[in-house]
Design a protein. Structure first.
Length: 302
């Protein structure tokens, strides 16, 4: 494995806040002020997760991003035209170069101004095996759930981490986004994709994403305003046409539909089976009104 000319070695895991911080809970949830630490933990497990209570500053996107030390050497996977990190200590990986990402943003009627001037590593198939240096932090936002072989992705990320480093991932919660009506991914499918050395998405991934998508308003999903979606034949055909046109090219769609609980269970299982060197150090649950949760993966328990 090649080494970077810049040294990486910022220890991450000892500095992570707990998933449920007693002092933070009391400060931000006034009705819980009189609860003991034990009562707070119990209340959160029984009611807090379900209600979307914020039990840690890292349960909000801004607080989660703030966990990354300013001096950390970072690889951001999939920055597109909205990178979460900038600066001389940040490098980028994406499926297109800067010009391609700008054009894609314009195609989707979005402002391309934030696109990084340089994408350091480009792989049209999303293969991070091309990266040949180490980092304190590997970061991705709504990308880990798109990897056809999740286990291989975790192994490759581990290869890129310096001692004490960690993988920071923002993930879609399928309950509160357009995946609402599509079934959660089971561990068997994750393992099956790895044993099959899957490099492209299944036909089912593309078809389900296009033909069974719910609305993408998380506030409505939290309020149980999620009318059931029926299969649309025209959309199924459109998905099949897209697959045929793409051939072996990268298709940007979900391979995995997860919740914070299923994500933790899958990642812990993969680690215990010896399939993934990384395990969940923290999983910060989805806050009410949002459709994403936050996870830190590393080689040791934080």
């Amino acid at each position: 494995m090649g080494q970077s000319t810049d040294k990486a070695g910022v220890a991450i895991s000892p500095k992570l806040p707990p998933e449920v911080g007693a002092a933070f809970c009391r400060r931000t949830n006034h009705d819980l002020h009189a609860h003991s630490d034990a009562q707070l933990g119990e209340h959160y497990e029984v009611f807090g997760k379900r209600d979307g209570r914020v039990a840690s500053p890292a349960r909000l996107r801004s607080g989660f991003l703030a966990l990354v030390p300013p001096i950390a050497k970072i690889l951001e996977i999939g920055p597109a035209h909205k990178p979460c990190f900038t600066g001389r200590n940040v490098k980028y990986f994406d499926v297109q170069d800067s010009d391609g990402l700008r054009n894609r943003a314009l195609t989707h009627n979005e402002n391309p101004k934030g696109t990084p001037a340089r994408i350091d590593y480009v792989s049209p198939t999303g293969d991070i095996a091309i990266v040949r240096e180490t980092f304190d932090v590997v970061f991705s936002s709504h990308a880990i759930e798109n990897k056809p072989d999740l286990v291989r992705h975790l192994i490759e990320v581990d290869r890129l981490l310096a001692p004490g480093g960690a993988y920071f991932a923002i993930c879609s919660d399928k309950r509160y986004c357009f995946d609402h009506d599509i079934l959660e991914s089971p561990i068997g499918e994750v393992l099956g994709a790895h044993f099959a050395e899957r490099k492209t998405h299944r036909i089912a991934d593309s078809v389900d994403a296009m033909s069974m998508s719910s609305h993408n308003d998380p506030a409505r999903h939290w309020e149980k305003d999620s009318p059931p979606v029926g299969v649309n034949v025209a959309l199924v055909k459109q998905a099949l046409d897209q697959i045929d046109k793409a051939k072996d090219d990268h298709i940007d769609c979900r391979a995995w539909r997860m919740t914070p609980s299923s994500f933790r269970e899958i990642l812990e299982t993969l680690h215990r089976l010896g399939k993934s060197p990384l395990r969940p150090l923290r999983v910060y649950d989805t806050p009410r009104g949002q459709n994403e949760f936050f996870a830190v993966l590393g080689r040791a328990r934080g």
